[in-house]
Design a protein around this ligand. Structure first.
Ligand SMILES: NC(=O)c1ccc[n+]([C@@H]2O[C@H](COP(=O)([O-])OP(=O)(O)OC[C@H]3O[C@@H](n4cnc5c(N)ncnc54)[C@H](O)[C@@H]3O)[C@@H](O)[C@H]2O)c1
Ligand SMILES: O=P(O)(O)OC[C@H](O)CO
Length: 326
């Protein structure tokens, strides 16, 4: 029994640490030779997870094929790269635990839909929730949703990954777990804008609540269960990501709120702010489903530079009054 981790960014490294803490045999694939070298040589990942000593039980490789004898694979590449990495590995008959949070540009597919297409013979689960990688890697208390349509398999994976300070809560709602994680990244950009422009805590709370209403409308339209969206992978992660500059999405929004352009903020950035990629495709998907998402529209207008922060705020505040349950 071996766990393979696809992706040596902050989250892949933190999840490798969780797996290794339970005595699992862990092999991590990283794109960057420097990451492979530092994990194997000094048990660190200075590029993506600095200042966190890693378990010596984690080994790394630059060859995806080396993961072929793992019975379970944690897929932790950014959402826009999942299709390519899954194309490089034979996942038939194995458990694929999807950990990226996003929607694929062009196809409007969730990561589980990409995985079903690329690996039709694999068993699919989704791990999502409020999880800053550095906190998880340091062993701070964390809880996640582990969603799997196959209840027995879901229970086995949840038990296998659970640790004293890493609680896994089971769910059958794969789509709901994914939509929460994808949509909250876009809403976190909006909350960062509020912070950067100095609009106050009232505005941030309003945005979290109205953003959650958007997440719920879109999720339900795509078949998600409302209780999943109200759980760790939806509301839980929304609150986390909208509250701290530890979030790359929140930080991006904060920069926009301070008047910088998305182009400047994203240029030469090594780490991923998934919301910047998800926002336009989420907007398209929402329009196609007839779902109104004004906060998502506002983020899209800011990312393209089509509107200024002040114009976007004015636009949101002057929408016709309506019942809250709308
Ligand atoms: N960092 C967190 O706290 C955290 C927590 C939960 C979920 N996530 C999610 O995990 C996913 C990965 O994020 P991260 O934070 O580990 O990344 P990161 O920002 O730390 O690192 C970027 C990653 O992208 C990879 N990458 C860049 N170009 C690539 C390519 N062409 N093909 C394949 N991989 C490529 C890099 O190798 C690296 O692993 C994202 O979907 C993110 O939303 C992150
Ligand atoms: O840094 P962010 O914004 O990608 O957020 C990281 C995690 O998704 C938080 O759960």
């Amino acid at each position: 029994m071996k766990i393979g981790v696809i992706g040596g960014g902050a989250w892949g490294t933190a999840l490798a640490q969780v797996a290794a803490a339970g005595g699992e045999d862990v092999l991590l694939w990283a794109l960057e030779p420097d990451v492979v070298g530092s994990i194997n040589g000094s048990h660190t990942n200075p590029l993506y997870l600095p200042d966190v000593p890693l378990s010596p039980g984690i080994r790394a490789t630059g060859l995806l094929a080396d993961l072929s004898d793992s019975d379970a694979l944690l897929v932790v590449s950014p959402a826009q790269h999942v299709r390519a990495v899954l194309g490089g590995i034979d996942a038939d008959g194995r458990a694929l635990i999807l950990c990226a949070k996003g929607i694929e540009s062009g196809t409007q597919k969730l990561v589980s839909e990409i995985a079903e297409e690329m690996c039709p013979e694999a068993s699919i689960a989704v791990l999502s929730g409020p999880t800053f990688a550095a906190e998880v890697a340091k062993g701070l208390p964390t809880a996640v949703t582990l969603a799997c349509a196959d209840a027995a398999l879901g229970e086995r994976i949840a038990a296998r990954l659970a640790r004293p300070r890493f609680r896994t809560y089971g769910s059958a709602d794969v789509i709901g777990a994914e939509i929460g994680g994808a949509v909250k990244n876009v809403l976190a950009i909006a909350c960062g804008v509020v912070d950067g422009r100095g609009l106050g805590f009232n505005a941030r709370s309003a945005l979290i609540a109205r953003g959650f209403a958007e997440m719920t409308r879109f999720g339900v339209a795509r078949g998600a269960r409302p209780e999943t969206l109200a759980g760790l992978s939806g509301l839980g992660d929304l609150v986390l990501t909208c509250s701290s500059t530890q979030s790359r999405n929140f930080s991006l929004g904060k920069g926009l709120g301070e008047g910088r352009s998305a182009g400047d903020l994203l240029a030469d950035r090594r780490t991923v702010a998934e919301g910047a990629f998800t926002a336009p495709v989420l907007q398209q998907a929402a329009r196609a489903a007839g779902v109104e998402m004004p906060v998502v529209d506002a983020v899209c207008a800011l990312l393209t530079g089509a509107m200024t922060v002040d114009a976007v705020v004015e636009d949101l505040l002057s929408r016709p009054l309506r019942p809250e349950a709308h």
